[in-house]
Design a binder for this molecule. Structure first.
Ligand SMILES: Cc1cc2nc3c(=O)[nH]c(=O)nc-3n(C[C@H](O)[C@H](O)[C@H](O)COP(=O)(O)OP(=O)(O)OC[C@H]3O[C@@H](n4cnc5c(N)ncnc54)[C@H](O)[C@@H]3O)c2cc1C
Length: 611
């Protein structure tokens, strides 16, 4: 396999946009300094990380993306899984450049970077090659979980190795009969005399299971101890190394067998394993924490981070797909200006001149910009929460914690759904060549689809938003908290240039409120089918107003920048483009929120039972 640098880079990124959100919209420099907890991460340092991440994405991951997909993973006779050969050298460089350490805490050898920087970096790295990034993807949340709940010896034994990228971490929840419904988990754990547990059972769909990229893998396994209660409350979390580390440091087979690797629609470079614990010999694991039955609570932060990462991964791919589409639309010459088609001498024009192609491009652009603003806003709130816990002052950030809770299902579900649509639109802009393997677009569509399915399907996110976060049917101030956060919309109404757009945003917020009231009504009189029939529509609508709010905020900044800088030509185009995409979103996407709100008023009879 050729070195990545000799292959064509399939990744496209827009650091200018990322910088706009970080520095102009979130005012990250001042805000981070005000937190006082991340002194090592000045604006210059953050900029250097962004540049390095882009370089790594462009020089290694983007060039490997299609090659690794074609080569795929292969199961070896010894039960380990061979990853695409191109990933081996990249992994070495990935570790040498310290990317596995970025978000890990200094106590275990990490760099302790603020959450928002990690997510900005992840947009570039996951966007460039998600299959490669999945191998290290659970490293930070799993190490943080062990640090929070595990004994000192577990932390010492596993966390520094995960932080250094010597070992990787995986999450093992799904079983053949337990997918969305984890209450059906059957994997068993029985206590042994030495205090460890014998683990027996099958876990399927384990991302990064059994690979041979590193000498060891740490599995977090959700299992049911002997005599445990039924359902979710009987589940505990176990740390199961693929190879057991003896006291002398020797690594010994720990009875984790790989029965097969899945043959998937996409993500061919990432192995998805069916593992059997206690396959041909005893498999041992450590209980995480001092008590049984705390598995679901312990997993909460891992799940939340995985959901945010899913959104980031979706954003990175959608952004690259959009930029590919713009590039192609500028080059491909086809057709004439409108009204000239029967004139044989009419000049042929690049397809970007056609209004329908421009419609597709601006649809993608406005959504990508909005999704980036949404995820980075969420990442900023999470940074404040983490900073506060580092200082030990938990209570002062309860507002930000609630906002993280509210925005997480939106970041996971809305962004993954839209990313899939954006990748499809990018193929459409390319016409027939978009359907070919010569271009990376068909792979984008294959690789992005999983995001609406894993980490809790998007329907589960919609239910989580309604019940878990907004507590529909009960008294809760969460919805008002979100509307209150969008206060800047009122400021926009005072800007003459945006009057029409801000009226539309206000109308959409009012429509979502009406929708919420209706869903409350359904829930209170136990019309659960009606409430759930509209759950996905509701999540989409809330996401659209939040995205609209953030795009409006960005447009006001862009307008001010334009007013104060007419001379800088490159910047003028950038800011004008931002104004145009925000306007498009307000006037073309938000009106659909009003329609969806009206649909909520109608009975669920629109969802028949099919026999
Ligand atoms: C490539 C890949 C990688 C994965 N990686 C991992 C991993 O690393 N670790 C891991 O543990 N798992 C992993 N998974 C599993 C993934 O998390 C599950 O596929 C997901 O949770 C959905 O479960 P399921 O596939 O059993 O679908 P099901 O639960 O059978 O759902 C099928 C459909 O029914 C709907 N549905 C289910 N229950 C309800 C309900 N009560 N009400 C309404 N609708 C419902 C769902 O929304 C969905 O549309 C991976 C899967 C894939 C494909």
């Amino acid at each position: 396999m050729a070195h990545p640098a000799t292959q064509k880079n399939s990744f496209r990124s827009d650091l200018g946009e990322l910088r706009f959100v970080l520095w102009s919209q979130l005012k990250l420099g001042e805000q981070l300094a005000a937190l006082g907890t991340y002194q090592a991460f000045s604006s210059d340092v953050i900029e250097r990380f962004l540049d390095s991440a882009k370089r790594f994405a462009d020089e290694y991951l983007g060039p490997a993306y299609q090659a690794a997909d074609r080569e795929g993973c292969r199961m070896l006779e010894n039960g380990r899984v061979e990853v695409p050969s191109i990933y081996r050298s990249i992994w070495r460089t990935f570790i040498d450049q310290g990317w596995t350490q970025l978000g890990q805490s200094p106590g275990i050898g990490g760099l302790g970077a603020p959450f928002i920087l990690c997510q900005a970096v992840n947009e570039l790295l996951f966007g460039a090659d998600p299959s490669f990034m999945i191998y290290s993807g659970f490293g930070v949340p799993v190490a943080q979980l062990i640090e929070k709940y595990g004994s000192r010896s577990l932390v010492e034994k596993f966390c520094p190795r995960i932080a250094q990228g010597e070992w990787t971490a995986c999450l093992c929840m799904t079983e053949p009969d337990a997918g969305s419904d984890l209450a059906l988990i059957r994997t068993m754990a029985s206590r042994l005399d030495d205090g460890t547990y014998r683990i027996t059972g099958d876990k399927i769909f384990v991302s990064g299971g059994a690979h041979d990229l590193t000498e060891n893998i740490v599995y977090l396994v959700l299992a049911r101890p002997k005599d445990a209660p039924q359902g979710l409350r009987g589940l505990s979390l176990f740390l199961v190394p693929h190879r057991w580390a003896s006291d002398s440091g020797e690594l010994i087979d720990n009875g984790v067998g790989c029965l097969r690797i899945e043959s998937k629609m996409g993500l061919h470079g990432s192995c998805t394993a069916h593992l059997r614990f206690g396959n041909d010999r005893e498999c041992r694991g450590y209980l995480v924490g001092a008590n049984l039955y705390e598995g679901m609570v312990q997993l909460r932060s891992v799940m939340n981070q995985a959901r945010i990462s899913t959104g980031i991964y979706a954003l990175g791919m959608a952004s690259s797909a959009y930029l590919h589409a713009v590039e192609y639309a500028k080059e491909r010459v086809q057709g004439t200006e409108l009204g000239q088609s029967i004139n044989p001498r009419a000049a042929r024009v690049p397809i970007i001149e056609h209004v329908d192609v421009r419609r597709m491009l601006v649809e993608m652009q406005s959504k990508v910009e909005g999704m980036r603003a949404l995820i980075l806003r969420l990442a900023w709130y999470q940074t404040i929460v983490e900073s506060s816990s580092l200082r030990g002052g938990d209570d002062e950030v309860s507002r930000q914690r609630k906002l993280v809770d509210l925005l997480t299902p939106l970041a996971k579900a809305y962004v993954s759904d839209q990313a899939w649509r954006i990748c499809e639109l990018a193929i459409q802009v390319h016409g027939g060549v978009g359907y070919l393997r010569d271009y990376p677009l068909e792979q984008y569509a294959r690789d992005v689809k999983i995001l609406s399915i894993w980490e809790g399907t998007n329907y589960i996110q919609a239910v989580d938003l309604l019940h878990g976060k907004l507590r529909v049917g009960n008294q809760s101030a969460m919805f008002d908290l979100l509307v209150d956060e969008m206060q800047s919309v009122r400021t926009a109404a005072a800007v003459p240039q945006f009057q029409h757009e801000s009226q539309m945003l206000e109308a959409a917020i009012a429509a979502v409120r009406k929708m919420f009231v209706k869903l409350q009504e359904y829930a209170k009189c136990r019309k659960l089918e009606e409430a759930h029939a509209h759950a996905t529509r509701f999540l989409e609508s809330v996401s659209e107003v939040v995205t609209g709010w953030l795009l409006m905020e960005g447009a006001i900044i862009a307008k001010d920048k334009l007013a104060s800088n007419k001379s800088g030509d490159g910047d003028v185009t950038f800011y004008e483009r931002k104004l145009a995409s925000a306007r498009y979103y307000m006037l073309n996407v938000l009106p659909a929120v009003i329609m969806k709100s009206q649909l909520t008023e109608t009975a669920y009879g629109t969802v028949p039972r099919l026999h």
